[in-house]
Design a protein around this ligand. Structure first.
Ligand code: SAH
Length: 274
């Protein structure tokens, strides 16, 4: 292991004048939700995860981050990590032996049941259900690809789960990894200030969230919908639910269909019970 394989977090503090105060080579905390990231760009972490609520929680030891520098497992004097694609074609492919060593390293001391993900446009679309599953577990190991991605044999050998951020191609997995870790972290207890906001937001019940407003009550001739200022909480809840449904129906027919099916099934269940 080199000093480029690093832990980020409070208990790991050693005297340092480094600007990235969270980044220190350090032992790991047992029993704390842990994100391990295999990447050619360890300096890109904690990145945005070091800011605001997730950053505070990282400092407070509510979760920990370990970056594993793929380069340090490279071949030869130049620490090569990639080679040309078998069969020809453009770009470079990350070598299975190099990636395998990095994964073996990540797996030492890993809690059983901790998923190994590969950020990949070919993966299952990342969604709130997956964020919930990650949040409920001990953490995750995520592999960030670069160039043309990973040798297929590594994915098969370690039964790695491919997860996509969406139907577009990024230059590397680092932004996707940070997005997934962030989505999971904010569902963990103690990370967000207000747990109620998790229960009401988009996808919590399968609908998109209702529109939000704040002061001033009139802005550029646009008033806040009066019901929101009425103080009538039942009316407000009804209005919000109606807006959430209308918005989901208009923007996301897929979510709308799924929600209606679920509601119909739930109604059937109630009938069966009664
Ligand atoms: N040749 C690959 C794309 C490689 S892009 C293909 O066509 O499938 C380089 C790396 O960026 C990938 O290995 C992956 O880790 C990351 N990446 C690109 N798009 C992504 C997406 N939509 N979601 C998650 N990771 C992505």
């Amino acid at each position: 292991m080199t000093d480029r394989n690093r832990s980020h977090g409070v208990k790991s503090i050693t005297a340092s004048t480094a600007p990235r105060a969270l980044v220190t080579p350090a032992p790991r905390l047992a029993g704390v939700w842990t994100a391990k990231v295999i990447t050619l760009l360890p300096q890109a972490f904690p990145g945005v995860l070091g800011e605001s609520l997730t950053g505070r929680a990282l400092k407070d030891g509510l979760w920990q981050l370990e970056t594993i520098d793929l380069r340090s497992f490279g071949e030869g004097r130049h620490r090569n990590v990639d080679d040309t694609p078998a069969g020809g074609g453009a770009g470079m492919v990350l070598r299975p032996d190099v990636m395998g060593r990095a994964i073996d390293h990540a797996r030492t001391g890993m809690t059983p049941g901790c998923p190994i993900l590969y950020a990949s446009p070919r993966g299952a679309p990342f969604d709130q259900a997956m964020a919930r599953r990650l949040a409920a577990g001990p953490g995750l190991t995520v592999i960030c690809g670069r160039f043309e991605g990973l040798d297929e044999r590594v994915i098969e050998h370690y039964a790695i789960e491919e997860v996509s951020l969406g139907d577009f191609v990024l230059s590397g997995g680092e932004i996707a990894a940070q997005a997934m870790i962030d989505a999971a972290l904010r569902l963990r207890p103690g990370i967000l200030g207000n747990a109620a906001s998790i229960e009401e937001e988009s996808f919590a019940d399968g609908l998109l969230e209702h529109p939000q407003y704040t002061r001033p009550s009139d802005w550029k001739g646009r008033p806040i919908p009066p019901v929101l200022l009425s103080g009538n909480h039942a009316e407000i809840a009804r209005w919000r639910q109606a807006r959430a449904r209308a918005l989901t129906r208009a923007r996301r027919p897929d979510l709308w269909q799924a929600w209606r099916t679920r509601m119909a099934d739930a109604a059937d269940d109630i009938e069966d019970d009664g």
